[in-house]
Write a protein that binds this ligand. Structure first.
Ligand SMILES: Cc1cc2nc3c(=O)[nH]c(=O)nc-3n(C[C@H](O)[C@H](O)[C@H](O)COP(=O)(O)OP(=O)(O)OC[C@H]3O[C@@H](n4cnc5c(N)ncnc54)[C@H](O)[C@@H]3O)c2cc1C
Length: 423
């Protein structure tokens, strides 16, 4: 979509349609791209010495750009509450548009076995370099080492208070429209430290507190269990919390558990105190069948050790699953029926999530109710937000970057429209 250049006769020619984007992550870069493609003159401010640092970190584990699943299912990944909004955001810039965007930068994408979409060669650095080159070619003016400390609505527009992180000098440029894409609160070393909430709150914008999302949880493992299972995966399991069950795998760590199945249950786990998890270690086998397999060849009165050894063999349990049954056995468990019950519903009480700084993403940020359909802050005309700084969360699988691209596109288009129409 082409956006017309703003035409406010009261502004000098060189100031027409000037808009600031603050935050050089994927959401901010995409907003800047959308605006520049529409003919707006864009200034992009970034607090760090370079843009896209978290995007590069994401690339280290194989940059999962988006997912190939059908759009109807896609929107549900962002939670049921704002589903309609996500349906519309993804209809505007969904997985197909994201893949076409990468192709335009000369980077082909492919669908992996899990349905996740990756750039061929999986090089985030190549993609970022070409993206920035494209933005420069479109006239986007980059200013790095500029940290936004505050924003005030004046007669001429939004006055930004930007501090140069090298010499502490402050500048206060004014823009009629501003897109903020300041990220969440995980991995602060990349620049996304979530500290912007302080000045955004002073504007009267409601902000939800930060929580770790897509993160590990802590468990009080016994030393014996850790010795046997630390660093081992528990595969082909189903994990339940708060009435929701996810198939997948977990990884045993020194401090607790990690893994995709756990990440997806973050909202349910945060809702219970203490967070409680149940693991079905043999989801495809019924209790009756497990019992029959165990009993076959087991003598009456067999010792607990013998029953456990037989269970490992008959049920083909992994070492970590076997260690769970062996070293986290409730006092007094005697019968094989109880063991079968535990295999199908192994309880793990979690101490709590790992710190938000370590998490892949964060929940919290600008609340949806503060925003209109255009991602404009309703109480702050001309101020738009995008990316992880908005209070949404999604599982790993490409949904995070897709969410940043979709909201960046919408915020950029909306800011362009605001400039052109003054609304
Ligand atoms: C280890 C890891 C792996 C990941 N892997 C994937 C993956 O494979 N697929 C996926 O979909 N997602 C992945 N993600 C998540 C994804 O990287 C983020 O969702 C995405 O980067 C968020 O984009 P954003 O533009 O909203 O914010 P960010 O990328 O966090 O960018 C925000 C920018 O704003 C700047 N900023 C912040 N405050 C200020 C300020 N006051 N003034 C000026 N500038 C400021 C920051 O320096 C930063 O550059 C991963 C994340 C991590 C940590």
């Amino acid at each position: 979509m082409d956006l017309p250049i703003a035409s406010d006769p009261s502004l000098p020619v060189e100031r027409k349609a000037e808009v600031a984007v603050v935050g050089g992550g994927p959401a901010g870069l995409r907003a800047a791209e959308t605006l520049a493609e529409g003919g707006c003159r864009v200034v992009l401010y970034e607090g760090k010495a370079s843009v896209g640092r978290k995007f590069l970190v994401a690339g280290k584990g194989g940059l999962n750009l988006t997912h190939s699943e059908a759009l109807e299912r896609f929107a549900a990944r962002y939670g049921e509450k704002e589903r309609g909004r996500w349906d519309r955001l993804l209809a505007e810039f969904g997985p197909a548009e994201l893949r076409a965007w990468a192709k335009k930068l000369g980077v082909e994408t492919y669908v992996g076995t899990s349905g996740r979409v990756f750039p061929a060669g999986q090089q985030a650095a190549v993609l970022l370099r070409r993206w920035v080159a494209r933005l420069r070619a479109l006239g986007v003016d980059f200013h790095v080492n500029q940290r936004l400390e505050g924003a005030t609505l004046t007669e001429g527009g939004w006055e930004l208070r930007l501090q140069d992180t090298r010499n502490k000098k402050v500048q206060t440029p004014v823009f009629r429209a501003v897109v903020l894409a300041l990220g969440g609160a995980s991995w602060p070393s990349t620049g996304s430290d979530g500290k912007w909430t302080e000045f955004v709150c002073t504007l009267g914008v409601p902000v939800a507190p930060w929580h770790a999302a897509n993160c590990g949880f802590e468990v009080d493992w016994s030393p014996e269990f850790l010795q046997a299972a630390e660093g081992l995966p528990i595969k082909n399991i189903a994990v339940t919390a708060g009435g929701r069950t996810i198939a997948g795998e977990l990884l045993v760590t020194r401090y607790g558990l990690e893994g995709g199945a756990l990440y997806q249950l973050g909202p349910e786990l945060r809702a219970s105190n203490p967070p409680q998890l149940w693991i079905d270690l043999k989801p495809s086998v019924t209790k009756e069948r497990l019992g029959a397999q165990l009993w076959l060849g087991l003598k009456p009165g067999a010792t607990v050790e013998r029953v456990l050894a037989k269970a490992m063999e008959s049920w083909k349990l992994s070492s970590a699953a076997g260690a769970l049954l062996r070293f986290h056995r409730p006092d007094g468990e005697q019968s094989w029926q109880e063991l079968v019950d535990r295999v199908k519903r192994f309880p793990v009480t979690l101490k709590g999530p790992r710190p938000v700084e370590e998490a892949i993403s964060s929940a919290g940020g600008v609340r949806w109710e503060a925003l209109d359909e255009q991602l404009g802050v309703t109480s702050c005309p001309g101020l738009f937000v995008a990316g992880e700084m908005v209070d949404w969360e999604a599982p790993t699988g490409g949904y995070l970057l897709q969410g940043c691209f979709a909201t960046g596109t919408r915020a950029g288009r909306s800011a362009g429209r605001f400039l052109s129409r003054g609304v």
